[in-house]
Design a protein around this ligand. Structure first.
Ligand code: 5GP
Ligand code: MN
Length: 336
């Protein structure tokens, strides 16, 4: 029996299912998870979405959001659900370290693990996978899973469509990254036909910020942006004091790095933020420049070619200096 036939068999009868996604979930992580949640609920399963951490307020409007359990807030309940699950869907990540301390609980559970993801180099903890690095979002793969692999396009109802549209929209940079193929637009058309209100979703995600966040953006661009023209690189570094001054909360720094990349001729952009326990880096690049390579080699991370991340245990200042010291090595690629 093929893998997908086995999975169809498993999903033919009511199961206890946990859906989880990566640390600090983004639009694709939450869109994929809640999209899958609304699909599996219609099939009569008992489904819970458990996120390893909290996630941005601009995703709290998603249908099904009140049902989401944040692991760190309900550890005992979550552990029980993970232990008793028949199936665990792991969406938008492919290494158990991406779900923090939940990772070992998921590994230890006897549940079959289904990974649906578009990141490079899966660790291999899964029993079933729907994985493609060519997908613009995990939500695209969730759509493909429901409509084609499970052959149930009729179960893409308004809630499923709304969640999956959100995932595709956010991870494709509002349909503008190279991964936004004709097929992605066909899927998006299906989602709108199924009830996703595209204009409303854009508004809820992108026009839903606090005044503080906008003022922080202004402050960062005016005072904290550093351009290294010689290396076609621009970066912004932010310390704890600045985060506190502007009351910055989860999600408020999302998208900031993209502004540095909007400068004419800039090929590599970075956002370097001092978190309480470590310094977090977010890198973005244009064209062929491998932002993920820098994150993997120097900053304990990885990601996609044009969007990657990592962290450093050093101080903010040392991390910024390290980042700058790496640029000469990549100069030939940067100035192309
Ligand atoms: P962001 O800059 O938005 O935090 O992350 C962009 C992409 O980089 C994510 O989709 C993810 O693939 C990758 N990424 C971010 N942080 C890490 C990390 O700490 N480790 C790994 N392996 N990938 C990361
Ligand atoms: Mn994603």
């Amino acid at each position: 029996m093929s893998e997908i036939a086995l999975l169809r068999d498993l999903l033919a009868h009511p199961k206890n299912i946990v859906i989880t996604t990566h640390h600090k979930p983004d639009g694709d992580a939450m869109g994929s998870s809640l999209g899958m949640y609304h699909y599996l609920e219609q099939k009569g399963h008992t489904v819970r979405v458990i996120t390893p951490t909290d996630y941005p307020v601009f995703l709290h409007w998603l249908p099904g959001n009140p049902e989401v359990i944040i692991y760190t807030e309900k550890i005992t309940e979550s552990d029980k659900l993970i232990e008793n699950a028949d199936l665990i869907f792991c969406l938008d990540f492919n290494a158990l370290s991406r779900i923090n301390e939940m990772g070992e609980k998921v590994r230890a559970s006897a549940a079959k693990k289904i990974m649906i993801d578009h990141h490079l180099e899966p660790e291999g903890f899964d029993d079933f996978r729907h994985w493609s690095i060519n997908a613009c979002a995990s939500a695209q793969l969730v759509y493909d899973f429901i409509a084609n692999q499970m052959n149930e396009p009729e179960l893409v109802n308004k809630d499923v469509a709304t969640c999956l549209y959100t995932g595709i929209m956010t991870d494709s940079g509002s349909f503008r990254f190279p991964s936004t193929t004709a097929e992605v637009h066909r899927i998006v058309a299906e989602l709108i036909a199924a009830g996703a209100e595209n204009w409303k979703i854009h508004q809820q995600v992108y026009d839903n910020f606090s005044e503080n966040r906008l003022r922080f953006l202004g402050y960062s661009l005016l005072n904290k942006l550093e351009v290294q023209s010689e290396y076609c690189t621009a970066f912004i570094s932010i310390n704890q004091e600045e985060l506190q001054k502007y009351n910055i909360i989860t999600g408020d720094t999302e998208g900031l790095v993209n502004y540095a990349l909007t400068i004419n001729g800039v090929k590599l952009a970075a956002l370097i933020i001092e978190r309480p326990d470590k310094v977090k880096l977010s890198l973005r690049s244009k064209g062929d420049f491998p932002a993920n390579e820098i994150c993997k080699r120097y900053f304990n991370g990885g990601g996609h070619r044009n969007a990657a991340g990592g962290y450093s245990e050093k101080s903010l200042e040392e991390t910024v200096n390290q980042f700058k010291s790496i640029l000469p090595e990549y100069k030939s690629l940067l100035i192309q």
